[in-house]
Design a protein around this ligand. Structure first.
Ligand code: PLP
Length: 362
């Protein structure tokens, strides 16, 4: 297929071509049912099988230990910003938040609506160019949980590893780097992420949680906002976002066929190295936002040495077919989002374009 865009959108974002083609093929007849997944009852055997198989793929790819539940919810990661404290922050306890950037702040502010929360450590003074150091973190005894954002989508910074928080449950918003590399899930009590970057279309939000943490929610909570509702009903309490779950299933199979998360991580490194190299070797023409060691493999954020040149760059890039390179409206600059399904060749093309643009601007 020749007319696929150079899609660097931050989310929703590129999906694997093979997945889109298979979804197109099965659009009118899924597994011989004579209907698409969208037309299928979520109480049918076919759908239940899809639901279970999708959970199994998560278990296999992440090597999720026994004792964890995998939930497919709605409302986006933004709803998890509320569900986490609603379910897991009782009065008398406090929630610790790692203030690593724009998304962490949103999660933290939401928690404050429901209970006591504090920023345990912050990268704000440093302009969110690096992920806060968690190695020396000391948390009060009444800490309900520690919440971190594994990849700050807007600033383009990413944790390279995760702390052992002992008896304090670690909660991770992995919306923008879920399934992009191997992760020791046992470090986390709960991981959540919207699907629309690495996993599939928008509409489904994945929650991977320790069973004991989500077995019983506070009684006064609304039914849909309780984790225990979805645990007890295998994510089928109400009508699920079935098409999103279906495409996510195909994406997980695609990851598996590529060789799993170690292979995906290697691919992500190789393709993003191409772009970081152009930035590093540009004598300050391009300026990376993230400090080395904190650079994201999912969102490459950079500026140009002059604002008017930056404007020209973004315009020229768009004309050349590179989509989604404008930085988030809150911080400006440029951002190339290079999620799993963004091909190596597209990153090579962008790196070449950036080199050519620099040469032509001299
Ligand atoms: C790290 C992070 N957390 C949360 C969100 C919010 O996700 P949603 O739009 O699914 O609510 C985003 C969206 O880009 C994100 O990047």
């Amino acid at each position: 297929m020749t007319n696929r865009a150079y899609n660097f959108n931050p989310g929703p974002s590129a999906l694997p071509l093979e997945v889109l083609q298979q979804a197109a093929e099965e659009m009118t007849d899924f597994e011989g049912t004579g209907m698409s997944v969208m037309e299928l009852s979520h109480r049918s055997e076919n759908y239940e099988r899809l639901n279970d198989n999708t959970q199994q793929l998560f278990r296999k790819l992440y090597g999720i230990p026994v004792g964890y539940k995998i939930l497919f919810l709605q409302g986006g990661a933004s709803t998890q910003f509320a569900m986490v404290p609603m379910n897991l922050l009782p009065s008398g306890k406090t929630a610790a938040y790692v203030d690593s950037g724009s998304w962490a702040v949103k999660a933290y502010k939401e928690a404050k609506l429901f209970g006591e929360a504090f920023a345990a450590v912050s990268g704000k003074e440093g302009g969110y160019q690096e992920m806060p150091d968690l190695s020396k973190l000391e948390l009060p005894e009444n800490t309900a949980y520690l919440h971190l954002t594994s990849n700050e989508t807007i600033e383009g910074i990413q944790y390279q590893d995760f702390p052992d928080t002992g008896s304090i449950p670690l909660i991770g918003d992995m919306s923008s780097d879920i399934m992009s590399r191997p992760v020791d899930v046992s470090r986390f009590a709960l991981i959540y992420g919207g699907a629309q970057k690495n996993l599939g279309p928008s509409g489904v939000t994945v929650v991977i949680a320790k069973e004991e943490l989500v077995a019983e929610s506070p009684k006064e909570l609304a039914t849909m906002l309780r984790y225990d509702t979805h645990v007890k009903n295998n994510s089928l309490y109400n009508t699920p976002p079935s098409f999103s779950v279906y495409v996510m299933n195909l994406v997980l199979k695609w990851i598996d066929a590529k060789g799993g998360l170690a292979a995906i991580e290697r691919m992500n490194r190789e393709k993003t190295d191409l772009i970081y190299k152009v930035i590093d070797e540009s004598d300050g023409f391009y300026r990376g936002h993230a400090l080395p060691g904190h650079r994201s493999r999912m969102n490459i954020t950079f500026r140009l040495h002059e604002e008017n040149v930056e404007k020209t760059f973004l315009k020229a890039a768009e004309e050349a077919g590179f989509i989604g390179l404008k930085g988030h409206r809150s911080v400006g600059g440029c951002r190339a989002s290079t999620y799993n399904a963004v091909p190596y060749d597209n990153c090579a093309a962008l790196a070449q374009f950036m080199s050519d643009f620099r040469r032509a601007s001299r």
